[in-house]
Design a binder for this molecule. Structure first.
Ligand code: THG
Length: 293
């Protein structure tokens, strides 16, 4: 069993420590136009009000890092990504998770960021490793490594572990320390493959055992195409935390999801005197009472 590593992210004024003994670090998923028409239209119009609003609401709901994705088809992604980041940084000091598979957009975004960013992402493909890792090193960032390579997303947990190993090894060769690599086992929907969740959870356990690194995942992906997604997402995220996920990308505004995360942390002994659970309960109770007055 490898030692549990600590990953540090920061903004100009905030530091977030990710470690398996600490409460789960929620990366808010909502600043992403993929599959979300209102956000897509707002970004196409150059209107960043919704970006600012979603930044604030996700932080208030418990996100301590915000994913920013500006993947609007046909748009100038480097320019748009910088504008989205700027809008978020105007209203919050939460560290950012820069979500792009476009190395030019990443190269444009990183110099704008003050602190230790989370780069989302690199994968095991040669061209990705060669384009992304030098930028991560140059800017002293942390990187999410996706368990896929030139032959796609492996079917088995062992094969995904092998991709994680390669990413960690290639990062190390450039002088990126292992604690600055966060592994993502990849989460596909259980709507089209009933083993999708199982393989992802098994990969998490293997990666933790072998490397002790922090683990992220796009946790809401697991329910695409299914009805009543929030219940599936809530149960899956609690199971993923038990398996070893420390910084999931998810939507903290969904009550079922945020309560599942808090309860999982409580069950794993990461919430002293249940203070966080009780605080969240009081907040929900106050909101209900506000609404009835
Ligand atoms: N791994 C990593 N990064 C990722 C993913 C991953 N980034 C993108 C994605 N996957 C994670 N982010 C989301 C964001 C939204 C949703 C799912 C994953 C989602 N959105 C609702 C939908 O599409 O139905 C829309 C929500 C709304 O309209 O309010 O499900 O796997 N490293």
């Amino acid at each position: 069993m490898a030692e549990h590593l600590t990953t540090i992210l920061s903004s100009q004024s905030k530091t977030v420590k990710i470690n398996r003994l600490n409460p789960t670090v929620i990366i808010g998923e909502r600043i992403n136009p993929t599959g979300r028409k209102v956000m897509l239209e707002a970004l196409q119009q150059g209107n960043f009000d919704l970006v600012r609003k979603d930044a604030l609401s996700q932080v208030a709901a418990g996100a301590s890092v915000l994913d920013v994705n500006a993947g609007v088809p046909g748009a100038d992604e480097p320019a748009l990504l910088k504008q989205v980041m700027q809008a978020v940084m105007e209203v919050t000091d939460a560290p950012l998770c820069i979500d792009t598979n476009n190395p030019s957009a990443l190269a444009a975004a990183l110099p704008l960021y003050q602190g230790k960013a989370l780069v989302n992402s690199v994968n095991g493909e040669e061209h990705s490793l060669n384009a992304v890792l030098p930028l991560v090193k140059e800017h002293g960032a942390v990187v999410i490594g996706l368990c896929m390579d030139d032959s796609g997303i492996p079917k088995t947990a062992q094969e995904r572990l092998a991709v994680a190993a390669r990413i960690i090894e290639r990062a190390g060769r450039l002088g990126i320390p292992v604690e600055d690599v966060v592994i993502d086992p990849l989460t596909l929907t259980m709507g089209s493959d009933s083993l999708a969740g199982r393989v992802t959870l098994d990969t998490v356990a293997l990666v933790v055992q072998e490397f002790g690194v922090n683990v992220s995942m796009g946790a809401s992906n697991v329910s695409f195409g299914l009805p009543d997604r929030k219940y599936v997402n809530a149960t899956f995220i609690a199971m993923a935390i038990q398996a070893g996920v420390t910084c999931p990308i998810t939507n903290p505004l969904v009550m079922e999801v945020i309560t599942a995360i808090l309860a999982a942390d409580l069950a794993l002994g990461r919430d002293n005197y249940a203070m966080r659970w009780i605080k969240a309960y009081r907040k929900r109770a106050a909101e209900v009472s506000d609404q009835s007055h």
